[in-house]
Design a protein around this ligand. Structure first.
Ligand code: DGI
Ligand code: FE
Ligand code: FE
Length: 195
């Protein structure tokens, strides 16, 4: 994304590739991530690029997502297999590299871990993860009115709050928790409570 014209063509391409509601969500994540990057001194261009591409694989059939991950040499755990909610982030990071020409590892990792997080997230990982949850188009989560201002005050506190609420939500729906989501929560629970 060296030139402004390249960036504009990426916006146009994603508008074509995504359902309109997903494109609007993508725009929301992009400008929210960019704003958080300004607040926390992260690279705004990287935040923009990761926000734009974070859900680029969302509408690919799940067997195709698996094929993309395998081609990209990303292992699929038995938990992830067949689960598009978990695989779209991994497949998205491969497509960001192979189809959209992203070479920056930080951007690729922020896309890859945007659904589960990971222990020891980078600042960019956190920004994309938090922006995905709180962008203005999101309405589902009950705690958004608190999370949104908190994200601009204390990013780690907001991250822990989102992880905790996601676990409660997943338990409520009977969905199984991915071991990576669980490990991420444990990591930040210890870190944020004891610092
Ligand atoms: O792609 P988005 O809808 O913008 O958001 P996302 O990438 O955070 O994906 C959210 C979906 O992923 C949502 O349906 C819940 C699901 N999810 C997140 N963590 C886990 C999970 N599903 C399972 N089974 N286990 C998890 O740990
Ligand atoms: Fe996603
Ligand atoms: Fe998203």
């Amino acid at each position: 994304m060296a030139k402004d014209s390249d960036r504009l063509s990426l916006y146009k391409e994603l508008e074509k590739q995504l359902k309109y509601s997903r494109f609007l969500h993508t725009m929301g994540v992009t400008f929210t991530a960019t704003s958080l990057a300004m607040r926390y001194g992260a690279d705004t261009k990287k935040a923009e690029l990761a926000g734009l591409l974070h859900d680029c694989a969302k509408y690919i059939p799940v067997d195709e997502m698996e094929r993309i991950c395998e081609e990209g040499k990303l292992e699929i755990s038995s938990f992830e297999r067949g689960n598009s909610a978990l695989l779209h982030s991994k497949a998205g990071s491969v497509l960001a590299r192979t189809k959209y020409g992203v070479t920056d590892k930080e951007v690729l990792d922020a896309i890859r871990y945007h659904t589960t997080g990971r222990p020891g997230m980078t600042l960019l990982d956190k920004i994309v993860f938090v922006a995905d949850y709180m962008e203005p188009g999101r309405e589902e989560a009950p705690d958004l009115a608190e999370v949104r201002p908190l994200a601009f005050q204390d990013l780690d506190q907001a991250l822990l709050r989102i992880l905790s609420d996601t676990l409660v939500y997943l338990n409520g729906t009977g969905k199984k928790i991915d071991p990576m989501t669980q490990r991420t929560w444990e990591f930040y629970e210890k870190m944020v409570r004891h610092d």
